[in-house]
Design a binder for this molecule. Structure first.
Ligand code: BTN
Length: 327
């Protein structure tokens, strides 16, 4: 319903739409409309309310594509990193909540833990700027939520299983095809912005990856057996992120915990977690109420892991590369 409200307000081009009218169009009560609008406002949408007139998106706030978070989509042929560019555009006052920066290729794409992210033409490399009304500590599981959103969206394009690997890798047919890099600017109790950087190997040949990564990574094209329309994939993923973001702001991590576990490639399995130079080995007992990984060590202790790279199964050997390389 949130998407329909946004689309309707966007379509009204800065004019007010009454709560009564929205309720009638959506077939719900005015209270339900009021609640959804309150959630959208909490999620950062600049909706204005007026008791007599109803709701509106102020003119100019969104002369945009409502499907994209009611945000603008800024496209560039090449940049070093869309995450860096998004930050620069934010600092210049050029983008705001819900805007997306997409590059056809990145020259210095950044992965988690300071790694390089290969970003040749044919993939989707984009960053979404968000301004949730949440405390900084509440945002941590959002990177796992992004992985869920991306995985669920990508499943519509490939016949093989799409899974997540904690904390936020997306595997297609057991190999990594997408990743999430979440960066945040915050004060003690207030988030200034979050940049969700998403990289998806869409129409890439395995040969474009450095040799040590080839056994670990894949692309949607390789798994689907055919090239896919980049724009359609982008729209699907942004639609999923939009829905998940709204739900996360309204209800937090709990509704996503089960979705993450259902998609998780290593739940209940013997895994290793690489944390820089050190390793932890044990059985994955799922993610907890904060999105941390619960690991039952061989000595029986249960530990809570907040950061690291998971390596599992036949990936145990090959995966050691993954702790030092990109992809
Ligand atoms: C990972 O290591 O799994 C995260 C990879 C994130 C890559 C994306 S591509 C778009 C955005 N810009 C960057 O420089 N990185 C992210």
């Amino acid at each position: 319903m949130r998407e329909r409200i946004l689309a309707r307000l966007h379509g009204a081009a800065g004019e007010y739409v009454s709560g009564e009218e929205l309720a009638a169009e959506l077939g719900v009560s005015r209270t339900a409309v009021w609640k959804r609008v309150a959630e959208l406002k909490a999620a950062g949408y600049p909706i204005e309310s007026c008791t007599r007139l109803g709701y509106r998106l102020p003119p100019g706030a969104n002369a945009l594509d409502a499907a994209l978070f009611a945000g603008r989509c800024i496209r560039v042929e090449e940049t070093d990193s869309t995450n860096r560019l998004a930050r620069e555009l934010w600092e210049a006052g050029a983008i705001g909540h819900g805007d997306v920066v997409v590059a056809a290729r990145q020259t210095r794409g950044r992965g988690r833990r300071g790694r390089r992210w290969e970003s040749p033409p044919g993939g989707l490399w984009f960053s979404l700027l968000l301004r949730p009304s949440l405390a900084p500590a509440q945002v941590a599981p959002f990177s796992l939520v992004c992985a869920v959103a991306v995985a669920e969206a990508l499943q519509r394009f490939v016949p093989v299983p799409v899974q997540v690997k904690w904390p936020n890798d997306v595997l297609v047919g057991g190999r990594k095809a997408a990743g999430v890099l979440l960066e945040m600017q915050a004060e003690f109790d207030r988030i200034e912005y979050v940049i969700a950087g998403i990289g998806i190997n869409v129409n890439l040949d395995r040969e474009v990856f450095p040799a040590p990564l080839r056994g670990l990574v894949t692309s949607l094209q390789a798994e689907a057996g055919t090239p896919l329309p980049l724009e359609t994939v982008l729209q699907e993923v942004l639609g999923g992120l939009q829905a998940c973001f709204g739900e996360f702001v309204a209800s937090g991590w709990p509704p996503f915990r089960r979705r993450f576990q259902r998609l998780c490639a290593h739940r209940g399995r013997l895994i290793r977690v690489c944390q820089g130079e050190s390793w932890l080995e044990g059985i994955d007992e799922g993610v907890d109420a904060d999105g941390c990984l619960r690991l039952r060590l061989v000595d029986g202790r249960l530990v809570r892991v907040a950061a690291g790279d998971v390596v599992f199964d036949s990936g145990l050997d090959a995966g050691e590369d993954e702790c030092t390389s990109s992809g």
